[in-house]
Design a protein around this ligand. Structure first.
Ligand code: PLP
Length: 243
């Protein structure tokens, strides 16, 4: 790989070390915690450099970005993971291009995806996004609707439900953030007891992943700590978020 991207190799090695040490602190095996690189706003060249470092799955927040990057990177065999709010009318593109959706939060969307996936002859992994804080900017299914939703998803043959996903409250209060992750873990444990095979917990980002790992994350979604600061504020992705 060329030297221009040496910083990316450094960031990648460093985040793996930080995730590993958070695992050790939590008494967990680092092999249990995957890192999902979040490549939103960054272009095909940088993603290609990531592929050369061993990245293969990339999280994206907007369907349009997956559409734009899909063809230029087709030779890289990348798995595109949709992690952003998804409008039902975009189900067709997602069914065609994504290998996983972590932002499944309503039945109408699940049914639209299922119909499109059947048409494509594909099945994908999905996580159910749960709203674990009262922040208006956060999407996700209300916790009290989870049990019914998971049961209803049994009717969608093309959706392999693997676990739960959340975004914690944006706060400097550690206990508030940790409480969001704890709630997701408790909901996962209850769901497993109810017979749903939903072991996965996608939670934690650049700023809060050690707390998520302490509460049982099986995957952390890391953008900034790998690719650097984005040119757009988060309000571009989370429309109601305050900048
Ligand atoms: C952007 C984003 C991330 C990564 O955020 P960083 O703070 O840059 O690590 C994780 N999850 C979702 C849903 C995102 O939109």
């Amino acid at each position: 790989m060329d030297n221009d991207n040496a910083w990316l190799a450094d960031n990648w090695a460093q985040i793996r070390r930080r995730v590993d040490s958070a695992c050790h602190e939590a008494g967990r095996d680092p092999a249990e915690v995957a890192i999902l690189p979040v490549s939103k706003t960054f272009g095909p060249d940088l993603i290609r450099a990531g592929v050369a470092l061993g990245m293969r799955r990339f999280g994206e927040n907007k369907v349009q970005e997956i559409r734009d990057k899909f063809a230029p990177l087709e030779d890289c065999d990348v798995d595109w993971v949709m992690i952003g709010h998804l409008q039902t009318n975009k189900a067709k593109d997602v069914a065609r291009l994504a290998s996983e959706v972590q932002s499944l939060d309503r039945l109408e969307l699940a049914q639209a995806l299922d119909r499109r996936l059947q048409h494509e002859g594909r099945a994908i992994d999905v996580l159910v996004q749960v709203k674990t804080s009262a922040e208006p900017s956060k999407y996700g299914l209300p916790p009290e609707q989870l049990a019914g939703f998971l049961s209803a998803l049994r009717g969608c043959d093309t959706l392999r439900v693997r676990g739960l996903m959340t975004l914690a409250i944006h706060s400097t209060e550690t206990e508030e953030v940790r409480g969001c992750f704890r709630l997701l873990r408790e909901l996962r444990d209850q769901s497993v007891l109810q017979g749903h095979d939903v072991q996965g917990l996608s939670m934690g980002m650049s700023g809060d992943f050690p707390l998520a790992i302490a509460e049982g994350a099986t995957e952390v979604r890391i953008g900034t700590a790998i690719f650097g600061k984005r040119a757009y504020p988060d309000s571009y992705y989370w429309p109601e978020a305050k900048v």
